[in-house]
Design a binder for this molecule. Structure first.
Ligand SMILES: N[C@@H](CCC(=O)N[C@@H](CS)C(=O)NCC(=O)O)C(=O)O
Length: 208
C-alpha cells in the first residue's frame, strides 16, 4: 500500500491514520506544482492532480482523503479510529469528517493560492478576510463542541481528529492564531504528542 502525499498537506491525515493503525505502508512524495512524483506523471495516478491518493496492493487507486481514512480504518475493522458499521458513533465521526472536508479544509484552500488567483493586493486582502472570517466562525463552533473533551467525539482519537489536526497545523501559514481558543490550542498540542502523529510528521519532514 502506498500513499501519495505532499509534505504538510491534507495527505497528512491518512498518513497519521496508517501510523496510528500500525499498518505497513510506503510513501511517495508528489510535486504539486508540476504534478510529478518518483513514478513520473502524477496525473496517471490521480487524474485530479491532488493529494492524497492511496495505491492498494491490488493496484486499485483510491482518492479523496476523507474516504481514504475511512477505508484504512475499516481494514482494521475493530472500531479503532472509526466505530463499527451501523453505530451512531460511526456516524458522529463521519459527520465531523464531512464538516472538516467542506467547512474547514476548503475554507483554507483559497488562502494558499491568493497570489496566483487574484492580481491586486487589495483583492487578495479582501478574499483573505472572507475566508479567515469563515474559518473563525467554524473554529468557534468546534471549540464549543469540543469543550473539555480530549477529542472531537469524546475520549477516543478518531480519523476525524487526524483530519482536523492536519487542517489546524495550517493556521500558522495563513497568519491565524489559535491562542483565542484555549481548548483548541491544547487539543493541537495533545494530538501533536501522539507517537503516530510524531512518526507521520517526521516521515513527511515536518519535524525532526
Ligand atoms: N477533494 C480532495 C482535495 C484534496 C486537496 O485539496 N489537496 C490539496 C492539498 S491539501 C492539493 O493537492 N492541492 C493541489 C491541487 O489540487 O492541485 C480531497 O479531499 O482529498
Amino acid at each position: 500500500m502506498k500513499l501519495f502525499y505532499s509534505p504538510g498537506s491534507c495527505a497528512l491525515a491518512p498518513h497519521i491514520v496508517m501510523a496510528e493503525l500500525n499498518m505497513a505502508y510506503e510513501l511517495e512524495a508528489v510535486n504539486l506544482k508540476d504534478k510529478t512524483c518518483a513514478s513520473g506523471d502524477y496525473y496517471k495516478t490521480n487524474m485530479k492532480g491532488s493529494v492524497p491518493a492511496l495505491k492498494m496492493d491490488s493496484g486499485d487507486i483510491l482518492t479523496e482523503g476523507a474516504i481514504i481514512s475511512q477505508y484504512l480504518a475499516d481494514q482494521k475493522n475493530d472500531g479503532t479510529l472509526l466505530a463499527k458499521f451501523g453505530t451512531i458513533d460511526r456516524f458522529r465521526t463521519l459527520e465531523w469528517m464531512n464538516f472538516i472536508a467542506t467547512d474547514i479544509h476548503k475554507n483554507f484552500s483559497p488562502l494558499f493560492s491568493l497570489e496566483r488567483n487574484y492580481k491586486t493586493a487589495e483583492t487578495q486582502n479582501e478574499v483573505k478576510n472572507v475566508f479567515k472570517t469563515a474559518l473563525t466562525d467554524k473554529f468557534n463552533f468546534i471549540a464549543e463542541k469540543l469543550g473539555q473533551n480530549n477529542y472531537l467525539t469524546g475520549t477516543e482519537f478518531t480519523i476525524a481528529d487526524a483530519y482536523l489536526f492536519t487542517c489546524l497545523t495550517w493556521t500558522k501559514y495563513v497568519g491565524m492564531e489559535l491562542t483565542n481558543w484555549t481548548n483548541l490550542n491544547s487539543y493541537v498540542k495533545r494530538v501533536s504528542e501522539r507517537p503516530a502523529v510524531i512518526r507521520a510528521m517526521t516521515e513527511q519532514g515536518l519535524i525532526k
